[in-house]
Design a protein around this ligand. Structure first.
Ligand SMILES: [Zn+2]
Length: 235
């Protein structure tokens, strides 16, 4: 029969391990990775949408500018019909040529923007098919992580109710010593196995072993490990 202190330590260790597992759940890493992938996708889509808006604005601007040039040119053409002086006609022709040049450059820029607009549109369309799988993966990862957390929480609840009984079986002053050591290190109670403390895994000198055994015999089977100060149960 094991000492109640060792049973208590075993239950506490199990709870420690469960809490550690809960705090380092691989399922949470999967959630983080899935969320990262979705965020990355959204960032890329938003950048493309922004580019699309810029192109829309540029096209609109080019069309407005082109319209103004057309209006200006129509006015010059009208003026041309009333001009008699050759120098004046030459000046008007030069002005109209400049307008044509600007109009041409605007058309080229608009065409370029239209081409890019259709490319960016295609890119956004192509990306759209990736969205649902990314969202599904994130949802599934969340569900798995929550399920894993619930399972651990259930196990911890089970241990917590067992701990009450286990603690009640340990002598009050011994329990106090155990709790104090537990604040410093997770394993507070160990067994003497031959000459070795199962807490620090160090061998005791033969003299120390004898002292531990004598001390334990006088104190309900429990002594202090001279190496690590843990409670050492001697059977
Ligand atoms: Zn020890």
């Amino acid at each position: 029969m094991t000492h109640p202190l060792i049973d208590l330590q075993a239950a506490d260790t199990l709870a420690d391990q469960l809490r550690h597992r809960r705090d380092h759940l691989p399922e949470r890493d999967v959630v983080a990775a899935a969320r990262g992938a979705l965020t990355d996708w959204e960032r890329r889509r938003d950048a493309l949408r922004l580019r699309l808006a810029e192109l829309d604005a540029a096209i609109e601007r080019a069309e407005a500018d082109a319209h103004q040039i057309d209006v200006h040119k129509a006015r010059l053409e009208k003026q041309m019909k009333t001009v008699i002086a050759p120098r004046e006609a030459e000046a008007l022709q030069h002005e109209m040529a400049t307008l044509d040049e600007r109009r041409g450059a605007l058309d080229d820029a608009e065409l370029e923007a239209l081409e890019e607009q259709s490319e960016v549109d295609d890119q956004i369309q192509a990306m759209t098919v990736e969205e649902q799988p990314l969202r599904d993966a994130l949802d599934a990862a969340e569900v798995a992580a929550v399920a894993a957390e619930h399972q651990i929480a259930d196990e911890l609840t089970g241990i917590a109710s067992r701990l009450d009984g286990l603690r009640a079986a340990v002598d009050a002053s011994l329990l106090d010593r155990y709790d104090r050591i537990r604040k410093q290190q997770m394993v507070a109670a160990a067994e003497l196995q031959g000459h070795r403390c199962s807490g620090c895994h160090l061998d005791l000198a033969p003299g120390e072993t004898d002292e531990v055994k004598a001390s334990a015999a006088a104190d309900g089977g429990v002594a202090d490990c001279p190496q690590c100060n843990r409670l050492l149960v001697v059977r």
